[in-house]
Design a protein around this ligand. Sequence first.
Ligand code: PEP
Ligand code: MG
Length: 580
Amino acid sequence: MRATLMGRAAAPGAALAPAFVVKPQATSDGDVPKQRSGSAAEETARMRKALGRAEEELLELAGIVSVSAGEQEAEIFEAQADFAADPEIAAVAGDAIEEGASAERAVIDAFGTFRELLLGSESEYRTERVADIDDVRDRVVRILLGRSTAGEAPRVRSVIAAHELTPSQTASIPVEVIAGIVTETGSPTSHAAILARALGVPAVVSCPGLLDAVEPGEAIAVDGRTGVVVVDPEASERDAIRRRMEQEDRRVEELAALRDEPGHTADGQRIELAANIGSIQHIPAAVEAGGEGSGLVRTEFLFLDRTTAPTVEEQVVFYAEVLRAFPGHRVVFRTLDVGADKPLPFVEREPEENPALGLRGIRLSFQRPDLFRTQLRALLRARAEESGDGAGRLAIMFPLVSTTRELLDAREALRSVAEEEGADLTGIEVGVMIEVPSAALSAGRLAEHADFLSIGTNDLLQYLFAADRLVGAVADLADVLEPDVLSLIRSVVEAGHANGAWVGVCGEAAGDPTVAAALVGLGVDELSMTRVAIPEVKEALRRVTRAECREAALAAIELASEATEARRILEERLGTGLER
Ligand code: PEP
Ligand code: MG
């Protein structure tokens, strides 16, 4: 049935192909026997065998995905395999079987206990994994029920249409047959969208009415830049989407050709385009995407998911590897930024009513000088090991600073550790994140004591708008393009420059070509972003001059009364919209 639907653009590109409709795969509780029929020992053995098989299948999927989409995307399946192998799950399920439950029921309840724990942890990192846990649970139950765990897959290249796609469903579809992805639910950060971006196929998410409108095999056109989905398109619509596909193919070639080119505007103004690094596995892809160093290495990934703190030696290995990945470029290591949404098992903390306003970032480092000093020591030792031309330049940045005193104390800690190590601090840039409103207001004072300021828009927006970044329902309130936020950023940049500091932006916003151009217009010197965004931002900046960026940003501040209007003004003047 012909229909034009509108969703959220989630991965660029365009496609026209038959629809492959994925049916929900969940196992309903009704299918599951409540009581065991055999002995407890037999039932327990059946349960353990099913968990073992699920683990094997998931590791196999991780291997397939790592080849087709990359190591980063494979991590999700490795984490799922870890869940299946978790001895706690088997133990809790074993107890339930002893009490008379069937293996299926026991597995569902055991996973349920973990699910509740994760949901209660208030951590985005953990709550995101709830869907992954459900996916593993369903796989184990299907194995127990003797059903196939292989998802269905199309035989011809198709647009995958689904209510939502679980990681296993997505991974069981061979990448060669995925022309595009459309889902009724989900956000641009859902697995399906991340996978689509990694594969370079278009995706549209949050597209209501999709499954009512489309029949299996019906032609479907997807535009991953505008979010428009057309079911059973007419001849003229088919021609239009084909032209878009050709345009996209040319774009992919143009972007690839820019890989080793430096970031700059059309008039030659240099803008460093660096990659955010969240784990060792991100490094090859960041280099491949043309990242000019890193403006944000989130070192907390070394500390999460373990029961003891990493030793100085372990940290040196990690930091040295990151430095080696970016010869000749700056690599900004942010010191431990945990607390709030990222609790550490080895750090005891009082429960907090408002963790986002609690003991996190640099505040926690001052409470735990042992952790802080060990990390600074490891950074200095890594630099001593990797000081030649073959490595990047070490820079150190402190998170969640809200007063100048904190910056001075952090610098003092660095000085004293350097003294103990006999390390020379010359040439090591020291910076501060501007992600708390008080820091934005004190940017000038902070810049007097820092080599650089790096604006963390993710937290800065959460605190400016009083909109928790983990709560989807309020997330849309916080928009970096609100004219007064742009004006605040302008004042931070001016205060930084007036005091001799360069200014970067390392929040998600830096990876949006329109925002990136506006930030350049406000005087920002460096942008650090998720690696997938680098080619698009690089290309967008090369087509505009710094003066054009400045004029457009000023027009957005002066003429717009809200973010959507500011975006329209910027896109019109700079030609940076997704619809390019
Ligand atoms: C930020 O807050 O913008 C930022 C880059 O840090 P994180 O997202 O790690 O809190
Ligand atoms: Mg932050």
